[in-house]
Design a protein around this ligand. Structure first.
Ligand code: GLU
Length: 306
């Protein structure tokens, strides 16, 4: 076992996996197995109103049916709030309460990389406002990292996002904080996920630095797009993937990743051939690629995970 490579897949259980999330699962599993590393599964069920036990069961069954077995115990973000709270306390010197409403922020802000750039209203104190969320203060320096596929990504958080939320007004911890704390806890060395998260990564690198956690290597694979160029998701009625779909879909997904077909054989044999043939440099270095037939051949209707 190669302890120098620890990967993970982190689905949100808001519905069954769809072809887009399966592509990410497959890429991260292949990357871990091809380097003799370990592969963890983390259920990102922080957004409790949207997450269901049925969706989690469905995801687990699908991954098992595909032969994508994970190492070690499954983790659930809903069990990890004490760790997120501890991380917030550790960053106490860099965080502050914010009393702004979503509307106030939208009205008074310029648009950044991922919604409005927080104008810093509560940086110097709440004044008359009541605390709603907790934000982290960002600085004016560039944050850059080199993605294994997408190349260099550079952001200046003060311009691109502003001080961002770590603890939300609805009482939930923010994804950006949870993912950093959890990847550090698992010792993740290689994050392989969809390129829709490329723009979140500098915020995560920033938090890693504040927490003294190492920055993993990143490989952001293209997301699958529907005919109108939208990312496949629950909202775009992406094709749900089940345990029985592996024989039919495996080579189609590998083709999206620029990998050779596995040909005939049993699923374990085909997966092993895919592991042996895994060449991440052949994945198209794009943020999105058309899903084509993967989207239109609907075998299983349903609400799918994002
Ligand atoms: N839970 C996220 C999603 O389903 C993935 C987060 C990550 O891989 O960092 O989009």
């Amino acid at each position: 076992m190669n302890r120098a490579h620890i990967g993970r897949f982190a689905p949100s259980p808001t519905g069954p996996l769809h072809v887009g999330s399966m592509l990410t699962a497959l890429a991260s599993w292949l990357d871990a197995r091809a380097s003799g590393g370990t592969w963890h599964l983390r259920i990102e069920d922080l957004d409790t109103p949207r997450c269901t036990a049925a969706a989690e069961r469905d995801i687990l069954q699908t991954l098992a049916g595909w032969g994508l077995h994970h190492d070690g115990p499954l983790t659930r973000q809903s069990n990890r709030t004490a760790a997120y709270q501890a991380a917030l306390s550790q960053m106490a010197a860099h965080v502050y309460p914010c009393g702004c409403s979503r509307r106030e922020i939208a009205d008074s802000s310029v648009r950044g990389i991922d919604g409005p750039v927080y104008p810093g209203t509560c940086r110097t104190g709440l004044g008359e406002r009541e605390a709603r969320a907790v934000r982290v203060r960002v600085d004016d320096a560039d944050i850059a990292f080199v993605d294994r596929l997408q190349g260099e990504v550079r952001q200046r958080l003060s311009r691109d996002t502003g001080d961002f939320v770590l603890h939300r007004a609805d009482g939930l911890f923010a994804y950006q904080l949870a993912v950093v704390v959890d990847d550090a806890e698992l010792g993740v060395t290689d994050v392989v996920r969809g390129a829709d998260l490329l723009d979140s990564t500098p915020r995560q690198v920033y938090l890693q630095r504040l927490l003294g956690a190492p920055t993993p290597r990143y490989l952001h694979v293209p997301v699958l797009l529907d005919a109108s160029g939208e990312k496949l998701s629950k909202q775009t009625l992406a094709r749900a993937v089940g345990a029985a779909d592996a024989p039919e879909l495996l080579d189609l997904l590998l083709a999206c990743l620029g990998q050779p077909a596995t040909g005939p054989g049993t699923l374990p044999d085909r997966l092993q051939r895919a592991v042996d043939a895994w060449r991440p440099a052949q994945i198209p270095a794009l943020r999105g690629i058309p899903a084509g037939p993967l989207h239109t051949q609907t075998s299983r209707q349903g609400v799918t995970a994002k």
